[in-house]
Design a binder for this molecule. Structure first.
Ligand SMILES: Nc1ncnc2c1ncn2[C@@H]1O[C@H](COP(=O)(O)OP(=O)(O)OP(=O)(O)O)[C@@H](O)[C@H]1O
Ligand SMILES: [Mg+2]
Length: 250
């Protein structure tokens, strides 16, 4: 996978909620094929940034580019179709459906809206295969027929990631994917992130610093809506401003 071109870029991105600047002049560049983590104290603006990138919130100011195409203020379904998928900090699955059904819906929602006949045919054939792959990847193949609401919190989060992966994105945004997971579940998800980063770009919001240091190529640190540092994990670990932000933030 090509790793040097910029797949995602923001220019002076801002989001205000009344007087609060939740995202304040963020200029982010994510290179293809990387695991790029975004860290920062609670309330730093990380989830809001994801909401802007995916069209879930209107932008106050600034621009967003995906593979060089401007996507500023496009609706979520258009952005998703272009190849950006996300998982949520809170799971977004249908509680009364099985895991199998939840992921199938996600795969089909992508294929149905594709009007290119050849691709459509290929995708239809691929739905069953892809479904099996995704279930395997997120570690839920044995539980495919379980109804979502009966799963543990960690398992529901894994389904949520499976739903995001099901659409075969080029860019996957993960918001605290391991929160609420058992140690075993988290290490599976971390392994999965490493694995999928060979074929797609991952932007990861993560509080667990050990996870961040072990899997990131690049780390961006946000504090009060702004980017206060960016670099390789070992540079970030030593950064004075970052240490102060965390001390002040917690
Ligand atoms: N819809 C909203 N309306 C008003 N204020 C909001 C809204 N969403 C977020 N905020 C505020 O914006 C700021 C940034 O919130 P955000 O959820 O982006 O932080 P975060 O970095 O994801 O934090 P955490 O690590 O706790 O998840 C916070 O002060 C939050 O209260
Ligand atoms: Mg958040």
């Amino acid at each position: 996978m090509e790793t040097n071109h910029i797949i995602l870029e923001t220019k002076d991105l801002c989001k205000s909620f009344g007087a609060l600047r939740a995202v304040d002049l963020v200029n982010l560049q994510v290179a293809g094929g990387r695991v790029h983590s975004i860290i920062g104290p609670n309330g730093a603006g990380k989830t809001t940034l994801f909401n802007l990138l995916t069209g879930f919130l209107p932008i106050t100011h600034g621009k967003i580019f995906f593979n060089g195409t401007e996507i500023t203020n496009l609706p979520p379904h258009r952005i998703s179709k272009m190849g950006i998928a996300r998982s949520f900090q809170i799971t977004s699955i249908f509680p009364d459906l099985t895991i199998h059904e939840n992921i199938r819906i996600a795969i089909q929602s992508r294929t149905k809206s594709n009007y290119n006949f050849l691709t459509h045919f290929k995708n239809l054939k691929g739905v069953g295969e892809r479904l099996g792959q995704v279930l395997e990847e997120v570690g839920l193949a044995q539980k495919a027929d379980a109804v979502a609401k009966n799963l543990s919190y960690g398992e529901r989060r894994a389904v949520d990631i499976g739903i995001a992966l099901a659409t075969e994105p080029n860019l996957l945004l993960l918001d605290e994917p391991t929160s609420g997971m058992s140690e075993e579940e988290s290490s599976r998800i971390i392994g999965l992130i490493k694995e999928i980063s060979a074929r797609l770009t991952v932007v990861l919001i993560e509080h667990n610093i050990d996870v961040v240091l072990s899997i990131s190529d690049v780390v961006t640190v946000m504090h009060q809506g702004q980017v206060i540092a960016e670099g390789r994990p070992e540079e970030i670990q030593e950064n004075q401003k970052v240490q102060e932000a965390y001390l002040g933030g917690y």
